[in-house]
Design a binder for this molecule. Structure first.
Ligand SMILES: [Zn+2]
Length: 157
């Protein structure tokens, strides 16, 4: 676990309990760039995320609370400049809110555990869902699939 998590008491990859904290508290425990996007609905500049072109196998978690959000096998190259996925890990992983800011009708995607702003979902994605979850890389934590898991999966094929 990297050092930015040290001061975050709610961060967990396994705890599914909803997280509700006052904004001042989030401000204290989140790194500045994560806070800006997760809590102030900011947007990172396109083509700046290290995850944008990543093909590593593993799981993407919410950088604010550790909630599991997306698996690498649902990630695809959308060419939009942000990490894109066609399906969240489970129905509870994310929540949806309509966002009419800036004169656009969009659907905002938030973390299902801590309500962090993640990005938006559009209906021009690939099969099987036809959806494109366009997600800010700053609010994603990535963990590579453990070697043991990879071996296990290889055996099944
Ligand atoms: Zn979260």
């Amino acid at each position: 676990m990297d050092t930015t998590k040290k001061n975050n008491p709610v961060y967990s990859n396994t705890d599914k309990t909803k997280v509700e904290l006052p904004e001042e508290e989030w401000k204290k425990i989140l790194p500045g760039d994560v806070y800006h996007i997760a809590r102030q609905k900011g947007t990172e500049r396109p083509w700046t995320s290290k995850f944008e072109n990543s093909k590593d196998i593993g799981t993407y978690y919410c950088a604010a609370c550790g909630n599991a959000l997306f698996k690498s096998d649902t990630k695809f190259e959308s060419g939009c400049g942000w990490p894109s996925f066609y399906e969240p890990i489970s129905k509870e992983s994310v929540i949806y809110t309509s966002d009419n800011a800036y004169g656009m009708k969009r659907t905002e995607v938030q973390c299902g555990r801590c309500n962090a702003h993640l990005g938006h979902v559009f209906e021009d994605g690939p099969k099987p869902t036809g959806l494109r979850y366009c997600i800010n890389g700053v609010v994603l934590d990535f963990e590579k699939a453990k070697e043991a898991e990879e071996k296990y999966n290889a055996k099944e094929e």
